[in-house]
Design a protein around this ligand. Structure first.
Ligand code: KG4
Ligand code: ZN
Length: 334
């Protein structure tokens, strides 16, 4: 039987389990989103998240094994996200994966959540992992990297303040939209005019690969009171204009890096890469620059276990197993 990895993702508010085979295919995956549980609080409540992971992860493991028609004894290695993320949530997944590894006498693989996102655009793709420029845009991170190969990454730049997803969530909150704000802004923006308001493109032409989104958030904060009662009616225009500024900065910087480093491939991952305008703009500008674009499949953009299983597979191939005594790291970097 071909090697089979079982991976758990519990770094934030999604409890997820997936299997990955030696070819990088995902025979089964299951996810339980906690978004409705945290929505009343306007953000993720750490203790609530870890308690929910504890309740949900075992049924999800059973579901995945059933769906793929395999037993625990068929699993070659157990993997879990070991950071970055919420400490109490990371502990649930990693402790369960280590316990299963110990009980089944199989290796344990600790996976960096960011590496999961980074490699997710190549999940299930026939060409495998392609070296090039990679953009990770999630709720907690905005990172531009030079991906040279599995395990060989150079960080070119990151955000100096808010992550792109954080900016979406904070602006959505200002506009009275529910958490998480990214998908809400995306939806409303479809019927809005992206040129209605001129939001700043902070650091777009700074000449380096750093990002900054807090100025954009501040512009929205000062703009809203000037609109008075008309603000509600202008929601689609506000969303479309804000989204245009964020996506323009992200796409411009990524393409500039590809040009400077002579890369042929660009890849985009993380929750914000689900954004319809970001996907359209990348598709348009990558084609114009004759670059090959790898977008994470929509189901693999927000947190999921398939990407953790796929990243674990790269380590499994090189027998890079983790110690059962290894700790989680809420601030783990790539
Ligand atoms: O990758 P992810 O699930 O979690 C982290 O690792 O942070 O990303 C979540 C982020 C949230 O900020 C959410 O608002 C954003 O991704 N997001 C979006 C969209 N879908 C999710 N942002 C913009 N447009 C979307 N369609
Ligand atoms: Zn994530």
């Amino acid at each position: 039987m071909s090697p089979l990895i079982l991976a758990l993702e519990t770094s934030c508010d999604e409890s997820a389990v997936a299997l990955c085979d030696a070819g990088g295919h995902i025979p089964a995956t299951a996810i339980s989103s906690q978004i409705p549980d945290h929505q009343p609080y306007g953000g993720v409540v750490p203790e609530l998240a870890s308690r929910n992971h504890l309740l949900r992860i075992r049924p999800l493991i059973q579901q995945v094994l059933r769906d793929a028609d395999v037993r625990l004894s068929d699993i070659s290695a157990f993997a879990a996200t070991s950071g970055p993320g919420l400490a109490s949530s990371l502990l649930v997944g990693s402790t369960i994966a280590k316990s299963l590894a110990l009980a089944c006498g199989k290796p344990y693989l600790a996976v960096n959540h960011l590496e999961g996102h980074l490699l997710s655009p190549f999940l299930g793709k026939p060409g495998g992992i392609q070296p090039g420029i990679a953009l990770i845009v999630s709720g907690g991170h905005t990172l531009l990297l030079h991906l040279r190969g599995p395990g060989d990454y150079e960080i070119l730049g990151r955000t100096r303040d808010d992550a792109a997803g954080e900016a979406f969530d904070k602006v959505a909150r200002m506009l009275g939209l529910p958490y998480p704000g990214g998908p809400e802004i995306d939806k409303l923006a479809r019927s809005g005019n992206p040129a209605a308001f001129d939001f700043p493109r902070s650091m777009k032409s700074s000449g380096d690969y750093s990002f900054s989104f807090s100025g954009l958030k501040t512009s929205m904060f000062y703009l809203l009171p000037t609109l008075g009662d008309s603000a509600a009616g202008r929601l689609p225009d506000l969303c479309a204009s804000f989204q245009e500024a964020v996506t323009d900065i992200l796409v411009s910087k990524t393409l500039a890096a590809a040009k400077a480093l002579g890369a042929q491939h660009i890849s985009v991952s993380g929750g914000v890469s689900c954004n319809s305008r970001l996907r359209a703009l990348f598709t348009e500008r990558a084609a114009a620059a004759r670059l090959t674009l790898h977008l994470a499949a929509p189901a693999h953009t927000t947190d999921n276990a398939a990407m953790i299983a796929f990243a674990a597979l790269q380590r499994f191939k090189n027998q890079q197993f983790s110690s059962l005594d290894s700790d989680i790291d809420p601030n783990l970097s790539l």
